[in-house]
Design a protein around this ligand. Sequence first.
Ligand code: NCD
Length: 304
Amino acid sequence: MRHDHITSTKQLSRGDIEAILDRAGEIAADPLRFADRHEDALLGLLFFEPSTRTKMSFSAAIKRLGGDIVDMGPVDSSSVKKGESLADTVRVVEGYADALVMRHPSEGSAQMASEYVDVPLINAGDGAGQHPTQTLLDLYTIRESAGLDGLTVGIMGDLKYGRTVHSLAQALTNFEASQHFISPESLKLPRNVRYDLHEEGSSIKEHTDLQEILPSLDVLYVTRIQKERFPDESEYRAVAGEYQIDADLLSAAKDDLTVMHPLPRVDEIAYDVDETDHAQYFEQAHNGVPVRMALLDTLLEGQA
Ligand code: NCD
């Protein structure tokens, strides 16, 4: 891979993505073969926002490679509370670890922080910006269930603030996907993301109604309304509860439709969907471990 820091899916070519997914496939098939691959490697965790899956699966990934974590822990018990800048924090912490994983509420923070460090820095979510490693496990999941080329993909929910959406839409431009974006008017894709997709020559369509496009979809990627990013709560309440799916609604879909969600879900996917063959979101979350192992293996190999 050409880049050590992973801050956006824009920097990943089709070849980069396929190499990581292939390695993830090898790891998933025989995880023990990789068990002592990076003994003594330390992964620094800097989570300035809540996380369950991303943080735990990165921890599991480095441990399954033989390494360990050094964790800043909750922001409230770190020196950030004393007023330390992000630039200073990462410059200090790079001395304690071989790679860093950072999640932060400010868009652009990962790019900024990466300019201060020499060890690889992985963006685990920068505000409403990007979440590239989520995309890698999303693509792995799509490849496993539907193959990656020529798909009709629907992405629904909070397209404005959803960083997983921005990263995934960008990455799908490498695979000639026909992309359909389904959201209320107020949560449409941001202009800069739409612009980038057009620049890539990607075919995208925007909808406010899922029903009109559901029967043609191979993949439906549902997202949570990002409540924490709404400047004004009444704006949130106006859209909360829209864009939900249940098993009944999915009867209009193709039999082999794959339903995904980066999780956590709130009420976007009814529990009765879990029992259908469409549901892939728990599998998707589990794929975070081999995919993040593959990425760490690649980045740490480059360091050696
Ligand atoms: C996502 C995130 O943090 O952007 N979560 C995750 O990493 N799987 C999605 C979300 O919070 O809605």
